[in-house]
Design a binder for this molecule. Structure first.
Ligand code: UDX
Ligand code: UDX
Length: 430
């Protein structure tokens, strides 16, 4: 089956490589020529474990090609996946500009009936709209089989998530489209949920909204744990072992970031408001997430009422470990707060490089974490990179000026840190 992916971002690239690996003939298309030329050379332009090797293998097998030519790409493929971004607008509603462009491009070059699969996360009802946009652009010359097939790929484990999904959701009532989906996923052995396009769209939003809810719920409990001298890590463990609840996404800390949760929560809230059916729980989920960094910085201020002139080492810039993605990463608002307060900020991240604009503001980045903590008055952990757990913290005691650790991811062993005479606190954990 000849498959085209329109949009070579995190999701499009991962799925294109994984479907090529499953034996399909896959082409990747993007408006960004730099991305296409680096992918053509087998160079992955972002960090995703396991993807680089698979990309190389599939290029060599000739199962995978990349192009910047939309006409040829649309004409020569049978199944077209849309994987362009759907960022939030000011009001929270998802911006469908790129999806619309992709639809119009398909409509203007379509040369026979094709299956179009929407994998971008789109508001409820959008897949129908996308079908109409294609129809308008093609002036109805060819029928299109519309399918909504949401992605559930976590950055950092996207390849494993794509190879071993908990389920595949297929939203379509079109027989030819459903047949194509069976062929595409024939080597997958997992539950398939077949629904309408609208239901598939809602499954995607509800999944991310629910996961975000688990995180904010635990973060709120963590704040209470702080007051009651309760260990939230143990609470998460004790609660999560109940199989009705599950242990995933109960890790308290600085809250959720990334390209999906913040955007998808905002979009669902926007839709609910537009239908005068506000989602009260989800509103609070967002509020807890937005206020968590301030709550955490409040703990720093208890120890240092003024951070002016203090040397603060911030560990971790990525929104989560094993990715170089910094979209909605909490590290940046925290860094801004610290620089506004005239602290001297030193950062470290295993793979993310700070942009020149931050460096111009006096923030210093070190590639060696031990260099980064030299002379520090305070260490703040923003991303739970395993490297930080593995640091020789005894060695760190000899490098810092003052032994203060504020662990925004509750990742270090509090007892061990106290044994090393650090003042140590996480959130709901100390
Ligand atoms: C994807 C989804 O599409 C999004 O809706 C979902 O919620 C998260 O996953 P992601 O892969 O993170 O988004 O997007 P991004 O990394 O921004 O990549 C989008 C790609 O589409 C970019 O490479 C961009 O250059 C490309 N693009 C954009 C096009 O090819 N055509 C366009 O018109 C616009
Ligand atoms: C998410 C979805 O999980 C995935 O299915 C897809 O829809 C894309 O969006 P992603 O954003 O890549 O994946 O990573 P995820 O592992 O979900 O983490 C999101 C954020 O939540 C991160 O900032 C992470 O640090 C935070 N998180 C996660 C917690 O704070 N606590 C947890 O217990 C789990």
């Amino acid at each position: 089956m000849k498959i085209l992916f329109i949009g070579m971002g995190y999701v499009g690239t991962t799925m294109a490589v994984v479907l090529a690996n499953a034996g399909h003939e896959v082409t990747g298309l993007d408006v960004d020529n730099d991305k296409i030329s680096s992918l053509q050379k087998g160079e992955l332009y972002f960090h995703e474990p396991g993807l680089q090797t698979m990309l190389m293998t599939q290029l060599q097998n000739k199962n995978l090609t990349f192009t910047s030519d939309p006409k040829e790409a649309v004409e020569t493929n049978d199944v077209l996946f849309i994987t362009v971004g759907t960022p939030s607008q000011q009001d929270g509603n998802a911006d469908l500009t790129y999806v619309k462009k992709a639809a119009q491009m398909i409509g203007s070059f379509i040369n026979k009936t094709k299956t179009v699969i929407v994998k971008s996360t789109v508001p409820i009802g959008s897949t129908e709209k996308i079908g109409e946009w294609i129809h308008e652009a093609s002036q109805g010359r060819f029928a299109v089989n519309m399918v909504m097939n949401p992605e559930f790929l976590r950055e950092g484990s996207a390849v494993q998530d794509a190879l071993n999904p908990d389920r595949i959701v297929i939203g379509s009532t079109n027989t030819a489209g459903l047949d194509d989906m069976k062929t595409i996923y024939k080597s997958w052995d997992c539950p398939i949920v077949q629904t309408t396009t609208r239901t598939a769209e809602m499954i995607k939003y509800s999944s991310n909204a629910f996961l975000a809810t688990k995180i904010s719920f635990m973060n709120e409990i963590a704040r209470l744990c702080d007051q009651l001298q309760v260990n939230v890590r143990d609470v998460s463990k004790g609660v999560g072992l109940d199989h009705r609840i599950g242990s995933a996404f109960l890790h308290a800390g600085l809250g959720y970031g990334g390209s999906c949760f913040p955007k998808d929560v905002k979009e669902l809230l926007w839709t609910a408001d537009a239908y005068q059916n506000p989602l009260q729980i989800l509103k609070e989920v967002e509020t807890v997430n937005q206020t968590q960094p301030d709550y955490f910085l409040g703990k720093v201020r208890e120890k240092y009422p003024s951070l002016a002139g203090k040397k603060v080492t911030l560990l971790g810039l990525a929104f989560k470990p094993d990715t170089d993605d910094t979209r909605e990463s909490v590290s940046f608002p925290i860094m801004k707060q610290l620089t506004d307060e005239k602290a001297q900020v030193i950062v470290h991240d295993p793979i993310v490089q700070l942009s020149p604009s931050w460096l111009a503001q006096g923030v210093i980045q070190h590639s060696d974490p031990y260099e980064a903590v030299k002379g520090a008055d305070v260490i703040i952990i923003c991303t739970n990179w395993p490297q930080y757990e593995e640091l020789d913290w005894k060695k760190v005691t000899g490098l810092v000026r003052h032994r203060f650790i504020f662990d925004g991811r509750n990742m270090l062993d509090a007892q061990e840190m106290k044994r090393l005479n650090f003042y140590y606190t996480g959130i709901g954990y100390s």
